[in-house]
Design a protein around this ligand. Sequence first.
Ligand code: PEP
Length: 250
Amino acid sequence: MHRKLAAGNWKMNGTGASLAEVEALAADHADAGCEVLICPPATLLSRMADMAGPGIAIGGQDCHAAAGGAHTGDISAAMLADAGAHYVILGHSERRADHGETDADVHAKAQAAWAAGLTTVICVGETLDDREGGRTLDVVHTQIAGSVPNGASPERVVIAYEPVWAIGTGKVPTLDQIGEVHGAIRAQLDDTFGTAAGTGIRILYGGSVKPGNAAEIFGVADVDGALVGGASLKAADFGPIIAALGASDG
Ligand code: PEP
């Protein structure tokens, strides 16, 4: 079983001055009891990789499915790896919404990322409409079936369950709701990729995780960590979340 993972998604936030937050995290959480990942904007990748130290892994927020070529503004998986990334987030709901990314797009990007040696953090999650319509488990099942390629393993894949309605809103599902979806994802991974892979693939919860709610979320079965947006930007917020994960039993 891999170590629990506290992952920060900085989205389109951060300049050189923000590297001080990572410096503070590296100093305070060198032995966190969990793996720590930060996915900054591409402009900060190599600088952050240079100064983060061995206790903090660095990841991209997206990559192109092609290895290179005429794709203005895009970044290939090999470029992320060259800049010092070991992970890449794929299929975040903001990319699905803002850039029309489909499950098939995410699937192709994941294959490209694996070819470059990156671990993919593949995001899934229902909208509020889906939740209220009783379609959560179906939607998440379909997204995983379409987005995660054959050959998924704990080294290649982390799943992030992120209800779209919980991202950046301060709203969080109940612990029972989180447990239900994580349990269903675990069963699907077991069925699809075999028990060894399914049991070892980490499943993160994401959506308004804060220092005040992290510990209870990390106590839910099949929650192997968190993907954190807003609260990952400041060491004073992300630090306690990392500490709560390190101290959790899961
Ligand atoms: C995210 O965007 O992945 C996320 C979980 O954001 P927040 O923590 O701000 O809700």
